[in-house]
Design a protein around this ligand. Sequence first.
Ligand code: UD1
Length: 421
Amino acid sequence: MDKLVIEGGRRLEGEVRISGAKNAALPILCAALLTREPLTLTNLPDLNDIRTMLGLLAQMGVKVEHAGNAVTLDAAGLDTPVAPYELVKTMRAAILVLGPLTARCGEARVSLPGGCAIGARPVDQHIKGLQAMGGEVAVEHGYIHARVARLKGARLFTDMVTVTGTENLMMAACLADGETVIENAAREPEVVDLAQCLNAMGARISGAGTDVVRIQGVERLHGATHRIMPDRIETGTFLCAAAVTGGKVRLTGTSTGLLDALVDKLMDAGCEITGEKSPSHEAILIEAPRRLKAVSIRTAPYPAFPTDMQAQFMAVNTVAEGTAVIRETIFENRFMHAVELIRLGADIKIDGNTAFVTGVERLQGATVMATDLRASASLVIAGLVAEGETHVERIYHLDRGYEHIENKLTALGAVIRRVKA
Ligand code: UD1
């Protein structure tokens, strides 16, 4: 297995381009299943999760044509509405084919995702929503089997805010008979990006970005071209990397409006952050002080502080002045990076879903192990400020969600290299 070797202590400086958002691209790729006409997507990130999703769609009979960071999907020949266990177990987002397949084919067989390192993560809300729309949904032999002649519009209420749940039901409702209203919907920008793509395909969705989304079902959707939004979690990760090294970095192709909660916290920590916006480009400039102040956070659904930035922000706090309290409210087991950060010399105490992080003067390089995608990013951030060499093992997690991270960091002056297994 590949690993990253980082020599800490370099201040990050320069410019980095932010890629398209993984979590917007994954549902939008699935939206191609809803139509017989080609869907072209641009600004697609080059990531393992994207390749996995494209492989899954191809296996179902979708034609996939790549040209640089654009892809055209043609689902006219869709003939196998099945997502097998082997794929779903490596990438939970494969559950996003359930809604579109049921709506378009009247049938879907999708493996249950099972648990993952950060928690149990059930998909009961996805199933409950399809049932409320008239779908016959059974869980048999580890697979969700959905059948229906045509889904019917319905009033749906999810028990908790679920991002992929909202996306799955929104896609299913596009081809349903009548109006669907999703209450308690996720307000994440990726939900909005998906709705914009679906509307460009002829869907009639309003309210995306609020907690009530209305979808007027249509008979069919058509082809379209859509640009994937910038990755706000990659943006946030680079902001944290710049902050922790006392750096000065310009992030292009992204905007501060996508992550106000994190920007506020980094400013509280002492960073100066400004957004640049013109019709032709968007960028963020961050300038960090020599030492940051500790800042407490509590994760919650958008627009609050994202759980996908909690690990990276914990890494920032490990070397800040003072003590920060970090509360994780979305996933029950999302502090696995803490024990690895402690191996680098961090002072962290965990009590249930709360971590108390007292900043130390400096971390020391060591060998650490990545346990999930965002945990891996937090170890890289810590490695950038640790004294000496940090070896981050099991970086296949990182390759699922960060495009060429070591090249981008190298361009900013970090000393980081990939060692092939
Ligand atoms: C999405 C993101 C992930 C992010 C998460 C929370 C994608 C591809 N992934 O994951 O990066 O960390 O949102 O912002 O967009 N839940 C249930 N039953 C359900 C659905 C969810 O109990 O049917 C629970 C989950 O276990 C979790 C919470 O609801 O505790 C939120 O999960 P959810 O928003 O669904 O996460 P994902 O959509 O899987």
